[in-house]
Ligand binder design. Structure first.
Ligand code: KIV
Length: 282
């Protein structure tokens, strides 16, 4: 099966909802890929769900390259989009192009994602000139939590909604192939999705978006530190893992594991082997 691409994003708008999830490692990427997901985001959310920080700001380019290449090795069908981490595109367009290039060349990603609107148009244009597809990200942008005052829904007031819509239109005319809309009200997500010709991908942005993304660790019930209203738990793998680990601990303590079927047999002469003299050298 051929890999999902920017062309599939384009043709899906208005026809079929696009499905995305995050992954940070080979095994999860392979499971998502084999389940038929359209695209995988190697999100900088890895700073929280993989590294245990309480935000995404400490994620570096080296982390992103490492995790992106693991995810790429686990996929055959899904398009892989890699997040540009905090400070990897803020200094200059040249920096942005070089760092986006690393995610493609060293990580093997098919596209990159940047958070922000009008302020990063020169960076987006530079990356696009290097023939690298760009996904935008507006609304609740986690790399801006210090400015936003936390993980808060954005665009509730008409004047704030207007700014987000304006940014979305600017990103579209700059040439991004899709925009993630995070943590915005339903009516704003609907308006933006209607106005744009490119797909919108929602996370906490209602059913009106052209596709949806969730953090895998959230939807699988593995990351329980926070549970935003927009997360649906499709499994409770955290509980499943703990139950399994408790059984393992009990089995080992009661010598139920390893059982004969988990054990290799040697020839019985092994038990009668003569002992060799052991010489200790100081
Ligand atoms: O880092 C991430 O996982 C993201 C998604 C939540 C959209 O940006």
């Amino acid at each position: 099966m051929k890999r999902y691409s920017v062309l599939d994003f384009k043709s899906a708008k208005g026809r079929q909802k696009i499905t995305l999830l995050t992954a940070y490692d080979y095994t999860m990427a392979k499971l998502l890929d084999q389940s038929g997901i359209d695209a995988i985001l190697v999100g900088d959310s890895l700073g929280m769900v993989h590294q245990g920080f309480n935000n995404t700001l400490s994620v570096t380019m080296d982390h992103m390259v490492y995790h992106t290449s693991s995810v790429v090795r686990g996929t055959q069908h899904a398009m892989v989009i890699s997040d540009m981490p905090f400070m990897s595109y803020h200094l200059s367009p040249m920096d942005a192009v070089a760092n986006a290039g690393r995610l493609i060349q060293e990580g093997g990603a098919n596209a990159v994602k940047l958070e922000g609107g009008r302020d990063i148009i020169p960076q987006i244009e530079g990356i696009l000139k290097a023939q690298i597809p760009v996904m935008g990200h507006l609304g609740l942008t986690p790399q801006s939590i210090n400015r936003l005052g936390g993980f808060k829904v954005q665009g509730r007031l008409p004047e704030d909604a207007q700014e987000i819509l304006h940014d979305a239109l600017l990103l579209e005319s700059a040439g991004v192939f899709a925009i993630v809309l995070e943590g915005i009200p339903e009516n704003l997500a609907q308006l933006i999705s209607q106005k744009l010709h490119i797909p919108t991908i929602g996370i906490g942005a209602s059913v009106h978006c052209d596709g949806q993304i969730l953090v895998s660790h959230d939807m699988l019930g593995m990351y329980t530190e926070s549970s935003p209203r927009f997360v649906k738990h499709y499994a409770h793998l955290g509980d499943t893992i703990q139950t399994a680990v408790k059984s393992y601990i009990d089995d080992v303590r009661q010598q139920i594991f390893p059982s004969p079927i988990h054990t290799y047999k040697g020839q019985k002469e092994v038990l009668n082997l003569p002992e060799r003299e052991v010489k200790y050298v100081d």
